[in-house]
Write a protein that binds this ligand. Structure first.
Ligand code: TYD
Ligand code: MG
Length: 431
């Protein structure tokens, strides 16, 4: 009897590539496998595609049903893999993501080596890495090489290039209490953390052939997360992977309805795509839809409004009068950015502190705006100026030319918040 391979496919909202991963399993020359599709509650489009493959009895499908607001709490693929490892029945274990393609000989090559070398616990192969753009065209390709027998495989071997014996799993569970470490700080390195555990029982033996193709897609977690700060600045307008738009307002996210997007002078070019585990950490607030034009309480913050000759900036649920032409010039607001509101609607607004041509405690800086002091950029929010790294500024699509310069006095008048910076926690050996 040929050994059985359990393949664990983790999936989340990759309708353009997930079928390639599944088809690549069905196209294997080696046929004794089971495929566990661990779907992290994908959108309907993705689910429909996956469900088209479920008639093959070797394929099992599980939907995590995760609530979006819980998504950030663990490294989701590690959590899903741990659930799958409770269900597998194979002799060998192999991991697959929804943007990776196994070459047809992957399982046969890997199982042959493991069958012939009983002392090998883990094998790994070369991988072709292919970056693709939104329309699936190749941007570049490179080969991730094998590097001999590895005793420290962390960060050297990809998630989808490994096969290991199932017999190692109870040893890992007994020592660590879990298989994969799903702590949320290791989204970038969850595989590295598990490879370190595996390597305690077996080195990684190389198979110097390309056996899978890793697609780097524009919406992948790492791509979206690159240069993204852990905290989103207030006033930012973002796009989810499901293509919904949201206003970030403090710790709240408000969905912006398509029908009012343009009426509220939002600009598609300014939208920043963010990954769902980050976006859904923000509590859901009242949606921004037609009703905002008849109820000042629902009107979004961080907009310019006008009524007759009076102009305002909305903030903290109030309308802050823009006192003079000088004040308007300082804000670098264009009159075409102003949203016309009816007089009875304006009456409905609470009037906030004025915005004048200089900022101080009585006339505080407007929130959700970009400021400049001595060539450093700051974002205002919560009464503070938060420094922002240049690469974060670019990632969030702020226009530097619209930054409002501050005088020394003004800069000194407001407390400084925590810096919005970009950080990745690398997996480190805890021992
Ligand atoms: P992916 O977006 O491909 O990230 P990377 O840039 O690191 O390649 O996601 C990696 C895996 O994580 C993929 O198999 C899908 C899974 N995943 C979830 O299960 N749940 C989620 O919420 C997210 C964002 C990803
Ligand atoms: Mg990926």
């Amino acid at each position: 009897m040929k050994p059985k391979v359990s393949i664990i496919l983790t999936s989340y909202n990759k309708p353009d590539t997930v079928h390639l991963a599944i088809e690549s399993v069905l196209a294997q020359k080696y046929d004794n496998w089971e495929l566990l599709i661990m779907d992290d509650h994908s959108n309907d489009k993705t689910k429909r595609i996956i469900k088209g493959f479920l008639q093959d009895s070797r394929i099992q499908y599980f939907d995590s049903g995760i609530r979006d607001e819980d998504r950030h709490k663990t490294t989701r693929y590690a959590t899903l893999i741990n659930e799958a490892l409770e269900k597998v029945s194979g002799d060998y274990i192999s991991y697959l993501t929804d943007d990776d393609i196994y070459l047809p000989e992957r399982l046969s090559e890997m199982t042959t080596i493991l069958n012939n070398s009983p002392s090998y616990g883990v094998v790994y192969s070369k991988q072709l890495v292919r970056k693709i753009d939104q329309s699936g065209r190749t941007v570049y390709e490179k080969v991730r090489e094998t590097n001999g027998i590895l005793t420290k495989p962390q960060n050297l071997v990809d998630h989808c290039s490994v096969m290991h014996r199932a017999s190692l799993l109870p040893l890992i569970l007994a020592k660590y209490g879990s298989y994969w470490d799903d702590s949320p700080e290791y989204w970038h390195n969850g595989d590295a953390a598990f490879w370190a555990r595996l390597a305690e029982w077996s080195p990684f033996y190389p198979i110097p052939k390309v056996l899978d193709i890793c697609l780097k897609t524009p919406d992948s977690f790492q791509e979206l997360n690159a240069f993204m700060p852990k905290e989103l600045p207030t006033g930012l307008v973002v796009l989810s992977t499901n293509e919904n738009t949201f206003l970030i307002d403090g710790n709240i996210r408000r969905k912006i309805d398509e029908a009012v997007f343009r009426m509220l002078k939002y600009d598609r070019k300014q939208l920043v795509k963010v990954h769902d585990p980050l976006l859904y950490q923000y509590r859901e607030g009242a949606p921004i839809e037609k009703s905002v034009f008849s109820n000042a309480k629902l009107f979004p913050n961080y907009r310019f409004i006008k009524c007759g000759k009076s102009i305002f900036y909305t903030e903290g649920g109030c309308a802050r009068p823009i006192e003079s032409a000088d004040a308007l010039r300082r804000l670098k607001a264009d009159l075409k950015d102003f949203i016309l509101v009816a007089p009875d609607m304006l009456e409905d607004f609470q009037i906030g502190k004025p915005i004048s041509r200089t900022f101080d405690q009585k006339n505080p800086i407007p929130e959700g705006k970009l400021f400049l002091y001595k060539r450093h950029f700051f974002i205002s929010g919560n009464g503070e100026l938060k420094p922002m790294e240049a690469k974060v500024l670019r990632k969030l699509k702020y226009d530097k030319s619209l930054a409002i310069p501050l005088s020394k006095y003004e800069f000194a008048s407001f407390p400084k918040g925590e810096s919005l910076k970009w950080e990745v926690v690398r997996w480190k050996d805890k021992n």
